[in-house]
Design a protein around this ligand. Structure first.
Ligand code: 2HA
Ligand code: ZN
Length: 277
């Protein structure tokens, strides 16, 4: 089968375009990766045309030999749907998980996303937790970014605020959300910091930059990003009206919700706050 006819490739393209339509991918902002299933590789491998091996810039031994569909470095999300073969690529990792080679895509040249180390290290952490994790998504979500200028850069603060602004949030991300302080993007250092947080969470905020989300499939991962960003938008709107909240969801409310929705909400996020916060 042609690569572009495969369902996982179509799902990837749709998700990239959904992100563009949300306004999260100005210019070449953001990147997306998918850990391809062995049976999906078999469906399309007749089209593969392997290029030279290149260093990943980090080591992901637990992903050795696997294939990934990723966006291209410097490529624009808005162009993915128009010319996927020029803007995304399939890569294969070597038997040590230290090098990659392009086997399909980026037909007019290019390399995989500049955030490849972060994507692969996150995918490795998640795979070790649960084989079903396959998608990692980085987006420049406007309202989350805005909040990183006015809230303390602490997991507990962001988790609690996002949970409070939309009742579905604690159900969608009951483990909470982690925060990485501002760091230079694209390298191993920010990849290590993010993948440390991914051991605990499915969502990590990069201060003054954006967010990383991990999930089983395109729907869940896009949905997670969308839910957190929408909650951030509600907080931005609320803070724009007045600096405090007249009422909100209380720690007791969260405990009741957790019971009925069968989720565990860490008590560390259910601390007592000052009035109006
Ligand atoms: O340009 O978003 O973090 C791609 C990015 C880098
Ligand atoms: Zn970015």
């Amino acid at each position: 089968m042609k690569v572009l006819d495969a369902e996982f490739v179509q799902g990837f393209i749709r998700m990239a375009n959904d992100g563009w339509e949300q306004g999260w991918h100005e210019r070449n902002g953001g990147n997306l990766s998918y850990r391809v299933k062995a049976e999906e590789v078999e469906l399309v491998d007749e089209n593969f045309c392997p290029q030279e091996w290149q260093p990943i810039g980090t080591s992901v031994p637990n992903l050795a030999g696997e294939y990934f569909l990723v966006t291209g470095s410097g490529k624009y999300f808005r162009n993915v749907i128009l010319a996927p073969q020029d803007n995304i690529c399939l890569i294969e990792l070597d038997e040590k998980g230290e090098n990659y080679r392009i086997v399909w895509g980026l037909e007019r040249g290019g390399r995989p996303t500049s955030e490849l180390p972060s994507h692969l290290m996150n995918l490795e952490v998640k795979k070790l937790q649960d084989e079903n994790y396959r998608v990692v998504y980085h987006a420049h979500t406007t309202n989350i970014i805005a909040l990183t200028f006015v809230l303390p850069l602490e997991d507990a603060v962001f988790t609690r605020e996002l949970w409070e602004m939309a009742t579905e949030c604690p159900v969608v991300f009951p483990q909470g959300v982690g925060v990485v302080p501002w760091m230079v993007p694209g390298g191993r250092e920010i990849a290590v910091a993010t993948s440390e947080l991914m051991k605990k969470y499915d969502l990590a905020i990069w201060a003054h930059h954006g967010m990383f989300a991990a999930g089983y499939d395109f729907d869940l991962t896009f949905g997670l990003m969308h839910t957190a960003e929408k909650s951030a938008e509600i907080l931005v709107k609320t803070l724009s009206m007045r600096p405090d909240k007249l009422q909100t969801i209380t720690p007791e409310n969260f405990r009741d919700l957790a019971k009925d929705f069968h989720v565990e909400l860490p008590e560390a996020f259910l601390f007592e706050k000052g009035k109006g916060k």
